[in-house]
Design a protein around this ligand. Structure first.
Ligand SMILES: NC(=O)C1=CN([C@@H]2O[C@H](COP(=O)(O)OP(=O)(O)OC[C@H]3O[C@@H](n4cnc5c(N)ncnc54)[C@H](O)[C@@H]3O)[C@@H](O)[C@H]2O)C=CC1
Ligand SMILES: O=C(O)C1=N[C@H](C(=O)O)C[C@H](O)C1
Length: 250
């Protein structure tokens, strides 16, 4: 059986360097290109990459992904910073490149994907829901992609269930004290030396609270999800948003 030819973009970064090692260690795939900042994207074509794993930053990902889609290279994207506008632009490029698959995964770790699912299930049963995400201080974006997606899923679930707006009597507050408002769900971002990637979803009802917490303690937590994404994206044309779709969790 021939091996899947995989390229990693952002290969010297925290997660990118771990991804290069994980792909090299997998029996069914090989690293044919490892791109760093300043390297030419044409290398992907010259190397015959079938799948690219994009792990750079919100400022680089759109251009990199556009190149991959135009050249029919399936892409697994971990980079955060996705807006509705960016996704609409991507869907337009994908329409012109039928057969090409793109997976955007706000989080590749199974525990984080399950946290999102549990929060989505629980949210309509509680009056109050807030998200706290905690990351290393080198992270560029806030709130995290995972927290943003979690809050969106919570808001969708509450809207579908006809939940009332959350109770909050705050009448004066310092800017930021109540966190960022993501579709009506407060999201709080902590940046702390010593941490990697953590999230708590706090749910409150009359006389009880429920906390759903996940901790990524090492970048290895993201690797099984990346490898699954690489294997599945080649036979899944169009845009898939969220690893849960490849885990049959929907
Ligand atoms: N979806 C997930 O499960 C995860 C996603 N991430 C996301 O992945 C991204 C990268 O995170 P880290 O590795 O912590 O950041 P990092 O800053 O350590 O690594 C990013 C690397 O990409 C390089 N880079 C930037 N622009 C480039 C370009 N145009 N071409 C090639 N390389 C380029 C940088 O020089 C750097 O080496 C972030 O958006 C982060 O939020 C991180 C961990 C897990
Ligand atoms: O920057 C990180 O480290 C991470 N980024 C992703 C995010 O923004 O959700 C995934 C994970 O939290 C690690």
């Amino acid at each position: 059986m021939s091996k899947l030819r995989v390229a990693v973009i952002g290969a010297k970064g925290r997660i990118g360097s771990e991804a290069v090692r994980a792909v090299e260690a997998a029996d069914d795939m090989e690293v044919v290109a490892a791109l760093s900042r300043g390297d030419k994207l044409e290398t992907l074509v010259e190397a015959g990459a079938q799948v690219a794993v994009e792990l750079t930053n919100p400022g680089s990902v759109v251009g990199n992904l556009d190149f991959c889609v135009r050249h029919g290279i399936h892409t697994v994207v971990g980079t955060t910073g996705w807006t509705d506008e960016r996704l609409a632009q991507l869907r337009t490029s994908l329409a012109a490149s039928p057969g090409t698959g793109v997976l955007i995964a706000p989080n590749f770790s199974i525990g984080a994907v399950l946290t999102m699912k549990f929060a989505q299930i629980a949210a309509p049963y509680f009056e109050s829901v807030e998200v706290v995400e905690l990351h290393h201080p080198n992270k560029a974006d806030a709130p995290s992609g995972t927290a943003t997606r979690t809050a969106q899923l919570i808001a969708e679930a509450r809207s579908q269930a006809g939940s009332a707006p959350q109770p909050d009597a705050t009448s004066t507050a310092l800017d930021g004290a109540r966190g960022a408002d993501v579709d009506g769900v407060p999201v709080h971002s902590v940046r702390l030396r010593g941490l990697l990637a953590h999230q708590e979803v706090l749910l409150g009802g009359e006389g009880e609270t429920l906390t759903v917490r996940h901790d990524s303690l090492h970048h290895s937590s993201f690797m099984p999800g990346i490898l699954l994404g690489v294997r599945r994206v080649v036979s899944t044309p169009g845009l898939t948003f969220g690893l849960e779709h490849f885990l049959d969790l929907n």
